[in-house]
Write a protein that binds this ligand. Structure first.
Ligand code: ADP
Length: 260
């Protein structure tokens, strides 16, 4: 009787241990799979601009090339180089967000002023696309990492601009409640199909529609947004607007100041 109980007990412990190892192995191989997928995605994203640069640079060596074509080829090289530069910057940012120790350098700053500053920087693009932008911003003194949060607003606004046709409009609101702050970006753009909503925050994910594919992007912007928001203890939601376009809503806890 006793031996049997002991055996069951041991089997139970060993069983638990085996289960733990099994889970660990699964997690490790999942990590490994994700890392391989990430490297493959990065390589693929570097490969196509590099091939373009190589190809057009070769064409430029032709001394009989008409001036107009020479300019066009140089422009392709320029834009592909910019693409590589954006990609590198975004990857470095993502890597810095992935550290075990939080990279946040928190301090107090005025969130409404930061939003206005980001908007000001996009004025020329708004004018170029003849788009209107309205704001409804509460005054908010916030404790967080201003450099990383600026990237969040920057990415959300530039997406709203990119994925909205000329003549459209954008609305940005900032609301302060007792214990939380909400920032929303609403546009009248091409919108996002319900089936893509979960995946748009994944690294390298871009909605596979011909109209999106014509708009330059890396698919990394929203994964940076999600990471920064999570590091601040917040969340991000996305909703389809009734008429057209989408609204991204960032909710951050307005916690009392703590030096990190
Ligand atoms: P990128 O814009 O560089 O492709 P993001 O990670 O910022 O990458 O966005 C992922 C995808 O989500 C985009 O490719 C686009 O398909 C979709 N998306 C993001 N923001 C919007 C928006 N405001 N309106 C419509 N689609 C959007």
């Amino acid at each position: 009787q006793y031996a049997a109980e002991l055996d069951i007990h041991r089997r139970d412990e060993i069983g638990q241990l085996a289960h733990t190892f099994q889970t660990m192995t699964e997690r490790l191989s999942e990590n490994d799979r994700m890392r391989k997928e990430f490297i493959s995605d990065v390589s693929h994203d570097f490969q196509s601009p590099l091939l373009n640069i190589k190809g057009y640079a070769e064409l430029l060596t032709d001394s009989n090339l008409p001036e107009a074509e020479r300019k066009n080829y140089a422009k392709v090289i320029q834009s592909e180089t910019e693409r590589l530069s954006t990609l590198t910057k975004q990857l470095m940012l993502l890597t810095s967000l992935d550290q075990l120790v939080s990279p946040l350098r928190k301090k107090a700053f005025k969130l409404d002023e930061q939003l206005m500053e980001v908007i000001r920087r996009h004025r020329w693009l708004l004018e170029e696309k003849e788009m209107s932008l309205s704001t409804d911003l509460d005054e908010v003194e916030f404790q967080g990492d201003p450099a990383f949060l600026e990237k969040v607003w920057e990415n959300l606004l530039s997406n709203a601009l990119k994925y909205t046709e000329a003549g459209g409009s954008i609305e940005i609101t900032l609301t302060k409640r007792a214990d939380k702050v909400t920032v929303s970006f609403s546009d009248t753009g091409i919108g996002i199909d319900e089936k893509h909503m979960e995946r748009i925050f994944d690294r390298f994910y871009r909605v596979d529609e011909s109209r999106t594919k014509q708009i330059a992007g890396t698919g990394l912007g929203l994964s940076i947004v999600l990471q920064v928001v999570k590091l601040h203890g917040g969340r991000i939601d996305v909703r389809r607007n009734e008429e057209e376009g989408v609204t991204f809503i960032v909710t951050l806890p307005a916690s009392p100041f703590t030096e990190n």
